[in-house]
Design a protein around this ligand. Structure first.
Ligand SMILES: NC(=O)c1ccc[n+]([C@@H]2O[C@H](COP(=O)([O-])OP(=O)(O)OC[C@H]3O[C@@H](n4cnc5c(N)ncnc54)[C@H](OP(=O)(O)O)[C@@H]3O)[C@@H](O)[C@H]2O)c1
Length: 225
């Protein structure tokens, strides 16, 4: 499958490399895909030129990545996701599964980050993306685990859940299939995209678990009677 990866940080690079290893074609989109920009060190990720050399993937603009993908991931900083996706172009997202991995976290006060109020209450980043791109099939997924765990859930022993929500049942199943390809076996399906409010609200809990437990290899498991 052809995958458009909107964002070239640690998450985009990790998901992209894992998808390429499974035989998919990946184009990562960033704002300015110049040779100089690709050579630059990135926060908590390698220079994209190294990612290209290692994986055989491609890097282009947000619009080029979105246009190339049959499925598109949003792996941009949550506060900037709407503008990044506008640059990607509504026509390039129309009719496609758009997997929203982003979290609207505000690090302006340091650690721990807090949820940006513009995306809380009776809304969420996932819902705002769906409202801005009504022709895309937005599925919120992968946002509640660390990048390494997204593609290798076995890094955490035992049974644990991947949260998903979205308005289109078939799109959600397609995303679960991608996740199964990474080894995920257990899903906490929160229903339609209103579930994105809950998925994004997991982050303050997840960050505290990380800080107090001393490892980012941590996730949640839903248990019912
Ligand atoms: N890190 C994790 O393990 C993890 C886990 C779960 C969810 N997430 C979420 O996944 C997303 C990606 O995480 P990351 O660590 O890979 O992010 P990142 O490196 O901080 O940024 C990813 C992308 O955001 C774009 N971006 C930043 N500012 C922008 C702006 N003003 N306008 C347009 N685009 C902008 C960057 O574009 P340029 O390349 O052009 O600079 C970059 O490609 C975040 O929303 C994060 O909360 C992260």
């Amino acid at each position: 499958m052809r995958i458009g990866m909107i964002g070239g940080g640690g998450v985009g690079q990790t998901l992209g490399a894992a998808l390429i290893a499974k035989g998919h074609e990946v184009v990562i989109g960033i704002r300015n895909p110049s040779a100089e920009e690709l050579a630059k060190p990135r926060a908590q990720a390698e220079p994209l030129a190294e990612w290209v050399a290692k994986t055989g993937g491609k890097v282009g603009t947000f619009a080029e990545a979105a246009a190339s993908g049959e499925v598109v991931f949003n792996v941009t900083q949550g506060a900037h996701s709407l503008e990044a996706l506008q640059a990607a172009g509504a026509a390039n997202l129309s009719g496609k599964v758009l997997i929203d991995v982003a979290n609207p976290l505000d690090f302006s006060a340091g650690m721990p980050p807090f949820l940006n109020p513009a995306f809380t209450g009776a809304t969420s980043l996932g819902e705002q993306i769906q409202a801005a791109f009504p022709e895309a099939k937005v599925v919120k997924a992968f946002n509640t685990v660390a990048a390494a765990v997204m593609v290798t859930p076995g890094l955490i022993p035992g049974d644990h859940d991947l949260f998903v929500s979205g308005n289109d049942g078939a799109a959600k199943e397609a995303v679960k299939d991608i996740a199964r390809g990474f080894g995920w076996t257990s899903f906490a399906d929160l229903g339609d995209l209103v579930g994105a409010r809950a998925q994004e609200a997991v982050l303050p809990v997840w960050v505290r678990l990380w800080m107090t437990g001393g490892t980012h290899l941590v996730n949640l498991k839903v248990v019912r009677a």
